[in-house]
Design a protein around this ligand. Structure first.
Ligand SMILES: Nc1ncnc2c1ncn2[C@@H]1O[C@H](COP(=O)(O)OP(=O)(O)OP(=O)(O)O)[C@@H](O)[C@H]1O
Ligand SMILES: [Mg+2]
Length: 243
C-alpha cells in the first residue's frame, strides 16, 4: 500500500445482520487518480462506498490523508472532502436544477464559505446543459441529464475525493461516453475519484487502478490496463473469451 494514498481501506468488513457483504477488503486510492472497483450485482460495491462514507458501520480501518475515519460522522467526513454520488442519485425531483445545485453547497454555506457562486459558475461551465435547463424540474430531466445534475451537485461541495456509484447505470452508450469523459476531466481538475461500476470496460478504460470485488471478496487488483488484459477479467467482465 502506498504511503501517500489519499484513501486507505484496510481489512474492512461490513455486515448486514448475520450476512457479511464485504469481507476484509483492502484498497488504496492515490491523490489525483481514478480508482475503480468493478464486480457483478451483489458483490458489495455499494456497501463498501457506504462504509467509507460512514453511512454503515464497518470493521477494520478506513484512513483518509493518514487519519482514521472510523470514529467520524458522515458530516465530519463530508467536511474533510468526501462526497458520494449514490446509485439512486437522490435528486429533489420537484425542485429545479438550480435549486438542486444550491443544495450541494449547503454545508459550505453553513460553514460561512462565500465562494459558492464561483463554484456554481464552474459547474455550469462544465455542464452547459445544466445551465440551459437551470429552471427545469429535476424530475423531468433525461437519465443522462440527471446523472450530470448529480455530478454537478456533488461538485458544489468541492470534493477532494469523489465517490461515484455506477454513474453509467441505465444510460445509452453515447451518454456513457460523455459521462466518462466528464469524469476524466474532473481528474484533470485535481479531484480524486473512486468509481464503482458494473460497466468494467468503460471503468477500466478511464481509471488508473482497478479492484475486482466478487461476493464480498477482493479477488484481483492492479493497474487498470493490466486488469483489462487479464484473461479472467476479459472472460468474466469484458465479454471476451479467455485467451
Ligand atoms: N440493507 C441491506 N440488508 C441486508 N442485506 C443487504 C442490504 N443491502 C445490501 N445487502 C446485501 O449485501 C450484498 C451486497 O450488496 P451491494 O448493494 O453492496 O452490492 P453491489 O455490488 O453494489 O451490487 P449492484 O451492482 O447490484 O449494485 C448483497 O447480497 C445484498 O443483497
Ligand atoms: Mg450497487
Amino acid at each position: 500500500m502506498t504511503v501517500d494514498a489519499l484513501l486507505e481501506v484496510r481489512d474492512v468488513s461490513v455486515r448486514y445482520g448475520k450476512v457479511e457483504a464485504v469481507h476484509r477488503v483492502s484498497l488504496a486510492a492515490g491523490e489525483g487518480r481514478i480508482v475503480t472497483v468493478i464486480g457483478p450485482n451483489g458483490a458489495g460495491k455499494t456497501t463498501l462506498l457506504a462504509a467509507i462514507m460512514g453511512l454503515l458501520p464497518s470493521h477494520g480501518d478506513i484512513r483518509y490523508r493518514g487519519e482514521s475515519l472510523m470514529t467520524l460522522s458522515v458530516e465530519e467526513r463530508v467536511a474533510r472532502g468526501l462526497v458520494l454520488v449514490p446509485e439512486k442519485r437522490e435528486l429533489f425531483a420537484s425542485m429545479t436544477v438550480a435549486d438542486n445545485l444550491e443544495l450541494g453547497a449547503f454545508a459550505r454555506r453553513r460553514d460561512g464559505d462565500a465562494a459558492t457562486r464561483r463554484t456554481l459558475d464552474e459547474v455550469y461551465h462544465r455542464f452547459p446543459r445544466l445551465l440551459e435547463r437551470r429552471a427545469q424540474l429535476a424530475g423531468t430531466l433525461s437519465g443522462g441529464e440527471r446523472q450530470m445534475l448529480a455530478l454537478g451537485r456533488a461538485l458544489m461541495g468541492r470534493p477532494k475525493l469523489l465517490m461515484l456509484d455506477e454513474p453509467s447505470l441505465g444510460l445509452a452508450p453515447l451518454v456513457v461516453r460523455e459521462i466518462f469523459s466528464i469524469i476524466v476531466g474532473l481528474r484533470q481538475a485535481g479531484v480524486s475519484i473512486l468509481l464503482v461500476e458494473q460497466n468494467a470496460r468503460a471503468a477500466l478504460q478511464v481509471s488508473d487502478e482497478g479492484f475486482v470485488l466478487e461476493t464480498g471478496d477482493l479477488v484481483l487488483s492492479g493497474p487498470s490496463a493490466e486488469l483489462a488484459a487479464n484473461p479472467r477479467v476479459a472472460a468474466t467482465y469484458l465479454g471476451q473469451g479467455a485467451q
